[in-house]
Design a protein around this ligand. Structure first.
Ligand SMILES: NC(=O)c1ccc[n+]([C@@H]2O[C@H](COP(=O)([O-])OP(=O)(O)OC[C@H]3O[C@@H](n4cnc5c(N)ncnc54)[C@H](O)[C@@H]3O)[C@@H](O)[C@H]2O)c1
Ligand SMILES: [Zn+2]
Length: 246
């Protein structure tokens, strides 16, 4: 394996997907043991599902909360935090994962573009999302701040559901990092199947601004041919040496 080429002014954007947490024991999206084999996503991960049956939705996310609380960051998460410590503002990490493991490994220049399982927000008012490790397996929680104003509103997981948009601030940060980097950009996608948009399109943006791209994945992803280089392997085994931080 040829390590990532990090000459002096390289700017590294990393996108991680469910495969980056597979070595921490968290099931991926479409793999055989994946979560969506036991639950139809329409029933648990959309605004309609939440309106229809908030108890079921909270049960599903409470179970996943309990799962991520038991998991530990793996060598791939730690390698990314080490590379960030070396590159500072020339590094950015965007993750599709909602397990919070990058933050626990020490990553700070981090965009959790699909939200975070360990955060909750109000479904109605604009109070900021807050850390929450509680499990709600019998009835869904209500917003205390709305209640204080005489309103009734449910709390919801801080997750971007199917049919919802990404935070425009995240998209702006990603775009300006890529445009500013231009030819210095090294785009690395790790453990992502290349099916979920708009993240799957970042490789095309990288090419457009003149950067180069690598895919690190356990198998060729749907958009593998769009990358300049493919590194086949497991994230926890491959990333430390590939990123030069072993
Ligand atoms: N950990 C999490 O937070 C988590 C888990 C499941 C799903 N999700 C959500 O579901 C969606 C899934 O899309 P996706 O593209 O991220 O995942 P995906 O499950 O569709 O694809 C995962 C990819 O990772 C590869 N892979 C599996 N194990 C690997 C390993 N050890 N090292 C490297 N690659 C490995 C698989 O071959 C596959 O191509 C995302 O939007 C995400 O928000 C998140
Ligand atoms: Zn509220």
């Amino acid at each position: 394996m040829t390590p990532l080429d990090l000459d002096d002014d390289a700017c590294v954007l990393v996108l991680t997907g469910a495969g980056a947490s597979a070595d921490s024991g968290i099931p991926t999206f479409r793999d055989a043991k994946g979560l969506w084999r036991t639950h139809r996503f329409e029933d648990v991960a959309s605004p309609d599902a939440f309106r229809r049956d908030p108890t079921l939705v909270w049960q599903f996310y409470s179970e996943r909360r309990a799962g991520v609380l038991k998991a530990q960051p793996n060598a791939g998460h730690h390698a990314l935090a080490k590379l960030e410590a070396r590159l500072g503002a020339r590094f950015l990490l965007a993750t599709q994962n909602v397990d919070g493991l990058h933050g626990r490994a020490g990553s700070e220049r981090l965009l959790e573009i699909h939200g975070n399982l360990l955060k909750t927000r109000c479904s109605s008012c604009r109070r900021p999302p807050f850390e929450d490790t509680d499990v709600y397996d019998e009835s869904p929680p209500f917003c205390g701040e709305c209640q204080a104003r005489g309103k009734t509103a449910l709390l919801r997981p801080h997750i971007v559901w199917f049919g919802e948009s990404l935070d425009p601030e995240h998209l702006r940060t990603l775009e300006s990092f890529m445009v500013d980097a231009g030819r210095r950009l090294r785009f690395v996608a790790v453990g992502t199947s290349g099916n979920v948009w708009p993240a799957a399109g970042l490789v095309d943006v990288a090419r457009r601004v003149g950067g180069r791209s690598w895919l690190v994945n356990a198998e060729p992803a749907a958009n593998a041919s769009a990358f300049d280089h493919f590194v086949c392997g497991k994230s926890a085994e491959v990333l430390p040496a590939f990123l030069g931080v072993a």
